[in-house]
Design a protein around this ligand. Structure first.
Ligand code: ATR
Length: 277
């Protein structure tokens, strides 16, 4: 039996066992995907123990994504660029490879929901400068975004991200978040604002063209007030659940040898778990 799982602290909230379990069953694979509660001080020991316990690898979530960079034996180019590992693959020789599939997840989800969308269409506005923002900006730069307006509460975080990823990234003060929406082709919220238990995202959309795609990375709730407001004024909207589902595909393929699809049935299964919470 092939084993995989997700290491986090806490990790009980993770939807990954549900979605990988769905694919294991769908493809009739003799495998298991487990919740792996690992405190920060045990990360290295836990990762080093994977191979001996029959694990093909694991996902990493809060607070391990950055720390794992220093533990794994190999870091792929995307993970190095994003500065975080969300997927660990145990190689044949027992060494550990760190990858990052979040940029893939962001891009694949946008393409699945809005097939005609191209990053090159026009400027993108990205709110936030954390780990999720790094993956989003990397994907947009790779796909030829002509300009990325990076808007963050802490200007220094945005400046560090722009310096690390380069390209046509412009740092914008948080106070100007509504003013910079004019002529944007894409708006992405990567902050935690609007998430259940967090403050609302205070953003006026008047200046945003109604043709701009609005993507919220927040998926709890699924219909955030940003997406509801955008939908009411006619903007195409993309919710945050798809990125979570799509980022899991390359990891599943690496561990279990089958590239899975994001189907309506998978989405319904994970959506139901969000509602049930
Ligand atoms: P993730 O890895 O999911 O991106 P993160 O690294 O904690 O999470 O980043 C959270 C983002 O939400 C950051 O951009 C953060 O802004 P700061 O860089 O200023 O911390 C943003 N954020 C969180 N709470 C916020 C708030 N109350 N107002 C504005 N931005 C906020």
């Amino acid at each position: 039996m092939i084993r995989a799982g997700v290491m986090g602290w806490p990790v009980e909230h993770s939807r990954s066992p549900l979605l990988h379990g769905f694919w294991l069953k769908q493809h009739g694979i003799d495998g298991a995907y487990e919740l792996l509660p690992v405190p920060p001080e045990s990360l290295e020991t836990a990762l080093r123990g994977l191979a001996a316990q029959g694990f093909a690898g694991c996902n990493l979530t809060v607070p391990h994504k950055q720390a794992a960079l220093a533990v794994v034996d190999h870091v792929d180019a995307t993970a190095a660029r994003i500065g975080a590992v969300n997927t660990v693959v145990v190689r044949r020789d027992g060494t550990l490879e760190g990858r990052n599939t979040d940029a893939f997840g962001f891009r694949e989800n946008l393409r699945a929901v809005q097939p005609a969308w191209r990053a090159s269409t026009g400027p993108a506005v990205v709110l936030g400068a954390g780990g999720a923002a790094r993956a989003v900006v990397a994907a947009l730069l790779d796909d030829g975004a002509p300009e990325i307006r990076l808007v963050n509460r802490s200007r220094d975080h945005a400046a560090a991200l722009a310096a690390a990823l380069g390209g046509a990234t412009i740092v914008i003060d948080w106070s100007r978040r509504s003013a910079v929406l004019g002529d944007a082709a894409l708006l992405v919220n990567t902050t935690s604002l609007g998430m259940t238990g967090q403050p609302p995202l205070d953003l006026a959309l008047e200046a945003l063209p109604t043709t701009a795609i609005v993507n919220d990375i927040v998926y709890a709730p699924l219909a955030t007030s940003l997406l509801e407001t955008a939908r009411r004024r006619g903007n195409p909207v993309v919710d945050g659940l798809g990125m979570l589902l799509h980022q899991a595909r390359p990891a599943f393929a690496a561990w279990f040898g089958v590239t899975p699809e994001v189907t309506p049935a998978l989405r319904r299964t994970v959506e139901a778990s969000l509602v049930a919470r």
